[in-house]
Unconditional design. Sequence first.
Length: 252
Amino acid sequence: MHSFIYSIVKNAVDILIVSYLIYRLLLMLKGSKAAQVLVGIFIIFGAYIISNIFNLTALHWLLNNFISSIVLIIIIVFQQDLKRALAYMGKGYFNKGNAQASELRTCIEQVTEAVVELTKTKTGALIVFERNIGIKETIDTGRILDAIATKELLLTIFNTHTPLHDGAVVIKGKRIIAAGCMLPLSQDMQYHPTYGTRHKAAFGLSSETDAVIVIVSEETGKVSIVVDKNITVFEPPETMQPELAKLLGINS
């Protein structure tokens, strides 16, 4: 009797875990090209089963050779998504921040004030807030600063006459870790007439990490926040402050 109950519980837990993993995978792939590829793979598997049932020899042989290499194909096609999934699994273990809530709130206020000033002159800017997944590779592409984040420093960095204005600023906790950083450009961002290189860069980084990226467009002067490949525009720019605080885990 006990072994029967144990078997039921074990199978139920097994099914729940697999269901959760599939749910998280579909959630992660939603809206990406990888989702379309995944649908294509399911169609191929369906065709393989049909070819087997109806004894379609040539089609079955072709699909059988394709499916035998499916693991390698999945790794190649989904390499960015797999990288992101593995990063999410290990997030937080090696990247514990130590900024107090009050210090982080002050940092957000300073960033918001700087962004408001930048929008008035349509000065482009990219500000990245590192969260649980480390972005050392991105930081290494820029100039290390390790300075308290202030409105004045941000305005200086993004001044068009300074050498670091074209890259992104990376903030961890209350400190600007680096400036002039290069972000990976997205290859699957949907076209939009007002999206420029900064938007592609923000989408690129958000497709690999859980970073929060603030964009000031030099074309429109509008402020956007990109996180998890989702973009939100804030008008007026001051309204981004409570959302930024929420995304960084504090109350505004």
